[in-house]
Each structure stands twice: as C-alpha cells, then as structure tokens.
Design a protein around this ligand. Structure first.
Ligand SMILES: [Fe+2]
Ligand SMILES: [Fe+2]
Length: 311
C-alpha cells in the first residue's frame, strides 16, 4: 500500500529516512533509498520533469506526517510556494493525521493531542485569512478514504461558520475544531461494511450506525482531554431542530449552537462528496436538499449564513 504525497512538502536535506517512490504506469518504483538524503537537485530534477507527487509506503506515513507537521510553519511561510498548494498541503497533512489517529488505539489521541491542536491552529489561521470556502478542500477528495477527508471538511466548515456567527476567542474556536474534527470518531466502532454499504440500510443496521455519536462521546470523554463543548459536538451532531434526530432527540433550544453548526457542516460535506453509492452533489443541489427535503433539521439562521458564505 502506497500513499501519495506532494513533492513541495519535502524540504531538501531535511527528510527523515523514508523511502520515496514514483509511479510508472501502474507500478510504484523506488526513487530514493531511505538511507540517501533527498537533495535540492533531486527536487529540481523532479520539478523539471513535471513530477508533482511522490509516494510513501503506508507503514512509513506516520514518520512522514510528523515530518510535514513539524515543518508546516516553514512551508506555510514560504513565499515561493503557491497559496493554493500551501492550503492543499495543510489540509492533506490534516487528513493524514486523522487517518493515522482513527487507525490507532484511542490512547494515541491523548499522546498526540499537541499535534492535533497544532493542525487546528493552522486551519484556524487559514480560515481566518480567506473569504470563501477553501478550494483546496475539494481537491483532497479523490485520493483519500471518505471519513478522513470528511472530518477535515467538517472541522473547516464548522470553524468558518462559527467565526461568521460569533465573536469567539481562539480557545473556543479550538474546542469547536477539536469536536468537529473528531465528530465521527465513534465510526471506528461501527462495522465498515455498514458505513460503505451502497444500498439502503436495514432498520437494525441503521440502529448500529446511529450509535456512533455515543461511542465517540464516551471514548473521547474517557481520555479527559476534550472540553464539554467539543464532547457535545461529538454527541449531538445528528440532533435536529424539530427533535427527530439522535441519540437524544433534542430539539431547538436544547441543542448547543456548536452542535447545530456542526450538523450543517456535516450534512453539507456528506452531500458534496463522492460516496460509494452516489456521486457528489453540487453545492447548489446540496443546499436545495438542506432547505427542501431536510426542512426542520437545521437552525435557519445558521443555514442562511452558511449559504451566504458559499456565494
Ligand atoms: Fe456522524
Ligand atoms: Fe459526519
């Protein structure tokens, strides 16, 4: 198993010992032995040949991820790198991180909480510095499994909508970022066949899927690093204004604003992403559904603000 990485994410002479591969047709061919260093002229040669992506073995992604995260401030501050590419690297690093964390035992979250906060801090800065919804988000979709990309999208939309609606300090935004990044964490305890099932779920299968907010909430609560706001998002992102949501069937005034906002981010991300059972919808079509058939699900004021932010 190989994972694609951006050539621009590699700073010559600093890469730790990971093997790099390039793709020839269907095959991955060793480009750099882990014992050799990756030099400036290596990078220039690849750029001259229009190579934008390299590949790393899945087992070495953790080393690569930590390397990119450590170098993010440097990469994001590098004026010679295109802004859009920087965004892609940031969101890609976040997706890689989520994948690593979701695939590890829950305790790894506690051990890596600084990495997580760091990534959210960068996302916050990026969202604050841009006026529209990040174009880089949509470019991630084709190369990564759904849940990881979805988590980063929901965190980004949710942070962005909170900033538009409220005057929040960085600490509160950080809580929102943590909660929305991990909102679907409980899905690691739901059988994968159910999550990817193309057809309609049976009543009992749907019951099983509907447990994920509570699974996520109780697992993350036990780690004692998430605040009540973040945990509330995890537990209540499927509640609906009209009380028909789950797990607690809360309605309107009983749902925290951060959960209402994350619910909008969640559904919009899900509808606008390719799934095994249907093509991604356009943002217009997604909004049509959210205002139409899903009428009664969302807080209308927040939904209106979200719609306006997408124009
Ligand atoms: Fe969910
Ligand atoms: Fe979700």
């Amino acid at each position: 198993m190989y994972r694609m990485i951006q050539l621009e994410s590699l700073i010559p002479e600093t890469l730790p010992g990971v093997a790099l591969f390039i793709k020839h047709g269907e095959n991955h061919v060793l480009y750099k032995d882990p014992k050799l260093s990756f030099t400036q002229s290596d990078k220039e040669r690849l750029l001259d040949n229009n190579v934008k992506h390299l590949f790393v073995k899945a087992a070495e992604m953790s080393t690569y991820n930590q390397y990119v995260e450590a170098n993010l401030p440097l990469l994001l501050g590098d004026d010679s790198i295109e802004p859009e590419l920087k965004q892609t690297m940031l969101y890609q690093a976040s997706v890689n991180y989520v994948q690593e964390i979701f695939d590890s035992p829950a305790i790894a979250i506690r051990q890596n909480v600084d990495r997580c906060r760091n990534l959210i801090k960068h996302i916050l800065n990026d969202v604050m510095g841009s006026d529209g919804v990040m174009p880089a988000l949509s470019s991630l979709v084709d190369h990564n499994a759904y849940t990881y990309v979805h988590s980063v999208q929901v965190a980004t939309y949710s942070i962005s909508l909170h900033i538009r609606e409220f005057d929040l300090g960085k600490d509160e935004l950080m809580d929102v970022g943590m909660g929305s990044l991990f909102h679907d964490y409980g899905k690691v305890y739901v059988p994968k066949e159910l999550l990817d099932k193309p057809g309609k779920l049976s009543a009992s299968e749907f019951m099983e899927v509907k447990k994920h907010p509570v699974y996520g909430y109780s697992t993350l609560k036990d780690l004692e690093i998430f605040t009540p706001v973040a945990l509330g998002i995890v537990k209540h992102h499927h509640e609906k204004e009209n009380g028909s949501g789950y797990p607690d069937g809360l309605s309107s005034y009983d749902i925290a604003r951060s959960s209402k906002i994350t619910a909008i981010a969640d559904v919009f991300s899900a509808l606008t992403t390719n799934r095994s059972y249907r093509q991604a919808l356009t943002k217009e079509k997604a909004l049509e559904i959210m205002y139409g058939e899903m009428d009664g699900s969302f807080d209308l004021q927040y939904l209106n603000t979200f719609r306006d932010s997408l124009q």
